[in-house]
Ligand binder design. Structure first.
Ligand code: SF4
Ligand code: SF4
Ligand code: SF4
Length: 171
């Protein structure tokens, strides 16, 4: 499990599931077990692959194109004129970056949005689109920036999981 922790510490924490796992932590556990490839994380890109290769003593591989491509970070933007306040997008946001309540307009807290795109499929009126993150524009992030964002997303995701676990406790 120690190695899974070391791997997880390198992962971008967008929780986007593009690796084919149910978030960053499950991918880290599978990598530590040697049961998956180290080139399945587009948000981490080549910078992550080289660090994983060094940590795991494996060869560097090109990013698996079936997992998507690396690129500048995106954030979700909700079209205020089209949002019907159904609140369906709230459940899937791993960082609790969407503010709103049933029958009210929803908005995205840009700084907390990991760009995972998990809110897009549940929206019944397709009023969410992805736009360039304001602090990055069309620039692919350097490793230090990926790690800075990861710390924020990890904290948000862990808080969300803790709240969910508390809600699930028997009364
Ligand atoms: S950032 Fe996305 S693709 Fe990378 S490990 Fe986390 S969930 Fe998987
Ligand atoms: S607002 Fe959408 S894209 Fe942003 S973190 Fe939440 S679910 Fe992901
Ligand atoms: S799922 Fe779409 S319509 Fe429903 S609250 Fe979210 S953004 Fe608005």
């Amino acid at each position: 499990m120690d190695q899974a922790n070391d791997i997880d510490a390198l992962l971008p924490q967008t929780q986007c599931r593009r690796c084919g796992f149910d978030g960053c932590r499950p991918y880290a556990v599978a990598l530590a077990a040697g049961s998956t490839a180290l080139n399945r994380c587009p948000p981490g890109g080549e910078a992550l692959i080289s660090r994983l290769a060094a940590l795991l003593g494996r060869s560097v591989l090109p990013l698996d194109p079936d997992r998507g491509s690396a690129g500048p970070p995106l954030v979700a933007l909700i079209d205020e004129t089209a949002c019907i306040g159904c609140a369906r997008c709230l459940d899937d946001c791993p960082t609790d970056a969407i503010l709103g309540a049933r029958r009210y307009l929803h908005v995205v807290l840009t700084a907390d949005c990991s760009g995972c795109e998990l809110c897009l499929p549940p929206c019944p009126v397709d009023c969410i689109r992805m736009v360039p993150a304001p602090d990055a524009g069309d620039q692919t992030l350097p490793w230090e920036a990926i790690q800075t964002r990861a710390r924020r997303f990890r904290s948000r995701h862990e808080r969300r999981q803790a709240l969910g676990a508390r809600r699930a406790l028997p009364a």
